[in-house]
Design a protein around this ligand. Structure first.
Ligand code: B12
Ligand code: SF4
Length: 585
């Protein structure tokens, strides 16, 4: 039997790897290899993966699938590909009338019957897919289609069904070690699962209806996979565990292992701040890693409504402060449109989050995902959302459409000015003389940007470095106008130096780009302006016009050296470092 598992990436990103489909492929392959039964259809099965291309039309995908002449086709469905796969499956049916069509993944789990019916599938699999797929494809291979509906997790429209029970990680084959995906083919980046499930129950999250807490993979498997990654030239791993620090003792053991066995690798982890301690903060700081922390809202009542009770601002700030003190770089997530949060609450959350100095702040609209507790309680909580993927919020009781639009504009401004603009090193220094809250500054940036005749190119166009320079030009254009309107024009040259210096430093580190800067002050002194405040700095500092070169440096990551002296400047000097936190992430 030829089995084709079809996936499609969320976006062009090293993190868009189809690990779900690969895990099911590994289970099917391992079951076939282990089979000692005569005539087991899986023993002779050929399992292949097929990846949809970004933006690919359903017709093209269906033709490519049909050309492979599979006998069974399994779609790996997520909110970003559900509609594409439904259409492709409908087109495929007449092309491959004898083939078995099925689907798994989060969308199939949340809404299996509707998905199977709208796509013309033989069945869908609700829940983790390994054991259920093996049993279902065996039944198909042995012409026991009637048995399908009795398999836990297999959903045949019109028949009673139950979700597949949680898999035991110790019995799951590794898609990496079995060769379902070759890490050497991934260009150095991958996503890595160290456990299944999540111990928390956030009402907006798909995991909230999961059956169990966190189930770790065995340490021997993790060690063997890490060794394979090191041999395969992997340089970056996004650890998928939704709460890497849910077991702080295990987290510490893993971090020590990573540091010892893969010292040159970069990492990304998702954490709950509440669970951090000094030992973990120190270990994170000892790795090249970025940490993503879900804050979601700074309003305790809102968080309690969505299943994250006990939020305490000062405790959160204290825990995150441990990361800053140890030198670990972290980012925060916020969601707008959560039940209970008004526009004023969202602004307040932005102010709180930016006040913590995250390296980046990712702000998302609420997605009312099918199968989540929030989707079930939407009427009671007054949430309206688009019923089709990606299920985005349209209004809530507290956030009517005009306020939702304002929140979206603030989120876009934050993304542009703070995150793409890598503003962590100078944001507060720029904001304080204007006496504006972070959210007010971002609101005014959005208005300024909207009022421009010709908006500058989006940062994502062209190369990353070019994009970063385009955002910097916007930041400086806006800040110059703001400082001039507020009668603070004398402080602007120091601010401009600070922004340019940080920008060039970040480009040298992240893109390996060299910049030539014309500065009004000595770089070593200007870095003190962020700490002392622009006003105090401008009162005491001496202007020293000069040209400086910021370059990538093999040993230090980046360095600054004098390009050309001017009459007013002191002699050229050595190396400076703007901020450790402005690192690549
Ligand atoms: C990596 C990841 C991403 C990557 C992309 C991944 C990709 N393939 O392209 C990135 C970071 C880009 C991403 C983005 C987003 N993501 Co995301 N992401 C994940 C994450 C963390 C891991 C996915 C994974 O590989 N897991 C490991 C595998 C083994 O588990 P699995 O995927 O669930 O697969 C199992 C089953 O689902 C099933 N299965 C899967 N495929 C198949 C196929 C068949 C045939 C069968 C039978 C079974 C089966 O069996 C597998 C093994 O048991 C999950 C959360 C999580 N921890 O799973 C969220 C998750 C998939 N993301 C989610 C969301 C909502 C998003 C965003 C929309 C978020 C946002 N607000 O912007 C964006 C997408 C928008 C966009 N277009 O960019 C939701 C999806 C919900 C849904 N209904 O689809 C999840 C589940 C998070 C959550 N807890 O709610 N994401
Ligand atoms: S949002 Fe994160 S912590 Fe909450 S249930 Fe989902 S995966 Fe777990």
């Amino acid at each position: 039997m030829k089995i084709l598992l079809v996936s499609s990436p969320a976006r062009d990103s090293p993190e868009a790897l189809s690990l779900g489909a690969a895990s099911v492929a590994a289970a099917l392959t391992a079951a076939g290899r282990a089979s000692s039964r005569d005539g087991d259809s899986l023993a002779a099965a050929q399992v292949e993966l097929l990846e949809g291309r970004l933006g690919e039309a359903a017709e093209s995908l269906a033709s490519r699938i049909a050309a492979a002449r599979p006998e069974a086709v399994g779609f790996s469905t997520y909110s970003w590909n559900r509609e594409l796969f439904s259409e492709a499956a409908r087109l495929l049916r007449p092309m491959l009338p004898a083939a078995t069509l099925f689907a798994g993944g989060p969308e199939a789990t949340a809404d299996p019957e509707a998905l199977a019916l709208e796509s013309g599938l033989d069945f869908a699999i609700a829940g983790e897919g390994e054991t259920a797929s093996v049993a279902a494809l065996r039944a198909i291979g042995e012409s026991r289609r009637d048995a399908l509906a009795d398999i836990a997790g297999v959903v045949v429209p019109g028949r009673p069904w139950r979700r597949s029970p949680p898999e035991d990680p110790a019995s799951l084959p590794s898609p990496w070690l079995l060769g379902s995906i070759d890490p050497a083919s991934l260009g150095g980046d991958l996503v890595w699962e160290l456990s299944r499930g999540c111990p928390f129950r956030c009402a907006y999250c798909y995991e909230s209806k999961g059956q169990s807490g966190s189930r770790p993979f065995p340490m021997e498997r993790i060690e063997a996979e890490l060794e394979l990654f090191a041999r395969s030239g992997i340089r970056y791993a996004f650890v998928l565990d939704p709460t890497f620090d849910s077991d702080p003792v295990r987290a510490a053991v893993l971090l020590d292992l990573f540091r010892k066995r893969a010292p040159g690798m970069r990492w990304k982890f998702e954490l709950r701040a509440e669970l951090l301690d000094k030992g973990l903060a120190r270990r994170f700081a000892g790795l090249d890693c970025s940490l993503q922390i879900g804050l979601q809202s700074a309003r305790a009542e809102t968080l309690a409504t969505v299943g994250r009770p006990g939020f305490d601002r000062s405790e959160f700030a204290r825990k995150v402060g441990m990361l800053s003190q140890s030198g670990a770089s972290f980012g925060l997530d916020l969601i707008y449109g959560l039940p209970g949060d008004s526009l004023a609450d969202f602004r307040d959350s932005l102010d709180f989050a930016l006040g913590l100095g995250p390296n980046h702040l990712d702000v998302f609209p609420l997605a009312l995902l099918p199968g989540t507790e929030l989707a079930e309680r939407a009427d009671e909580l007054g949430i309206e959302a688009d019923p089709r993927p990606p299920y985005l919020v349209r209004a809530t009781r507290e956030l009517p459409p005009p306020d939702l639009a304002r929140a979206a504009s603030l989120a876009a401004a934050c993304d542009r000015f703070y995150t793409e603009g890598r503003a962590v090193g100078w944001f507060d220094a720029a904001r304080r003389p204007l006496k504006k809250s972070p959210s007010a500054l971002l609101r005014d940036f959005a208005s300024w940007l909207a009022g421009r005749a010709a908006p500058l190119s989006k940062a994502s166009s062209g190369t990353v470095g070019e994009g970063a320079s385009a955002v910097e030009a916007e930041q400086l254009g806006f800040l110059e106008a703001e400082y001039s309107r507020a009668g603070l024009a004398t402080l602007y040259p120091a601010l401009r130096d600070l922004v340019r210096l940080h920008g060039a430093w970040a480009r040298a580190l992240a893109e390996g780009e060299e910049s030539l800067l014309e500065l009004s002050y000595d770089p070593e002194e200007i870095l003190g302006a962020a700490a002392a405040g622009l006003a105090a700095f401008a009162r005491g500092a001496r202007r020293a016009n000069g040209e400086w070169r910021v370059l990538p440096d093999a040993a230090e990551g980046a360095r600054i050296e004098r390009a050309q002296e001017s009459r007013a400047s002191p002699g050229g000097r050595g190396h400076h470092r703007p901020t450790e936190r402005n690192r690549r992430s």
